[in-house]
Design a protein around this ligand. Structure first.
Ligand code: 13P
Length: 277
């Protein structure tokens, strides 16, 4: 069933777990993610970032993601990850996305607040949830743009949430998008400070490569949504490569099943950790 992201985050808050937000880029990824969620009877978020729409057009992905959520046996929220323009945010809301993220984290504080407020007002008309980022999550995003990590300043996190009216806050605590070259040292001290001052549910980006112990620690300090992208794309690619390299006769239909399987295995593995049981 298609639900607002807020519903999932509220239940995560009550149950002290995190909801997995899994990036998708084609039909097989959507199918693999939903299959894992249904099997584990756990709600999930499926998401796509604005920069990925060059590869996976919103005109195709939007209706498919919303339809997959509506037909799922579990609650599914459909989210725009790293929205960069108001035009795109408006578009996905019209397609029925139940949540949007505005990433204005590279703008100065006051400008970030100003544009975030606009997104909150827009999303309210659709009953959609709003996530925003403060500080800078590192790593590669979209067009190979490498961002330097800039940790969220706990002193202004509460002010940011209060003044913008957002529903959840993406934090930068040493996390980065993509595969980490070495195991990251997450700044749990900063996360704890943010959690103590800011009452909003918190979001952890850059989930690929973070250890299960770190996920659990992050959950204990208020993380309620965890984003996983690279690990799913990598799993799809690995399963496909393995199939193509190890079979003399290959066909599209088997390849497609392998793509679903790779994403399903990866999503399932992460849900089991995020459920925090
Ligand atoms: P990874 O690609 O590191 O899993 O990051 C996912 C993410 O945070 C998407 O916004």
């Amino acid at each position: 069933m298609l639900v607002p992201m807020q519903k999932l985050i509220d239940s995560a808050e009550k149950g002290n777990f995190a909801v997995g937000a899994f990036s998708v880029g084609n039909m097989e990824m959507v199918m693999g993610a939903i299959k894992a969620a249904e099997e584990l009877n756990t709600p999930i978020i499926i998401q796509i970032a604005e920069k990925r729409l060059k590869n996976s057009p919103i005109e195709l992905m939007g209706p498919m993601m919303v339809s997959a959520a509506k037909n799922a046996k579990v609650d599914v929220a459909v989210h725009l990850d790293h929205g960069l323009t108001l035009e795109c945010i408006q578009k996905v809301l019209d397609y029925g996305f139940t949540s949007v993220m505005l990433d204005a984290s590279l703008l100065p504080f006051e400008e970030n607040i100003k544009i975030t407020k606009k997104v909150v007002a827009l999303a309210q008309k659709y009953g959609a949830t709003v996530e925003s980022e403060l500080g800078v999550v590192g790593g590669i995003e979209g067009d190979n743009l490498v961002h330097e990590i800039k940790c969220t300043d706990p002193k202004v996190a509460k002010e940011f949430c209060d003044r913008t009216g957002i529903d959840c806050l993406a934090v930068a605590i040493g996390n980065a998008h993509g595969n980490y070259p070495v195991l990251p040292e997450l700044r749990f001290d900063i996360l704890e400070e943010i959690h103590n001052t800011c009452t909003k549910p918190l979001v952890l980006h850059g989930g690929t490569g973070i250890t299960d112990e770190m996920f659990k620690k992050a959950i204990s300090l208020g993380i309620r949504k965890i984003n996983i992208a690279t690990a799913s794309f990598d799993a799809l690619t690995k399963y496909s490569k393995n199939y193509l390299e190890n079979n003399e006769k290959v066909d599209y239909f088997s390849l497609s099943s392998q793509m679903v399987e790779g994403v399903y295995q990866n999503v399932k593995r992460h849900i089991l950790v995020f459920n925090n049981k």
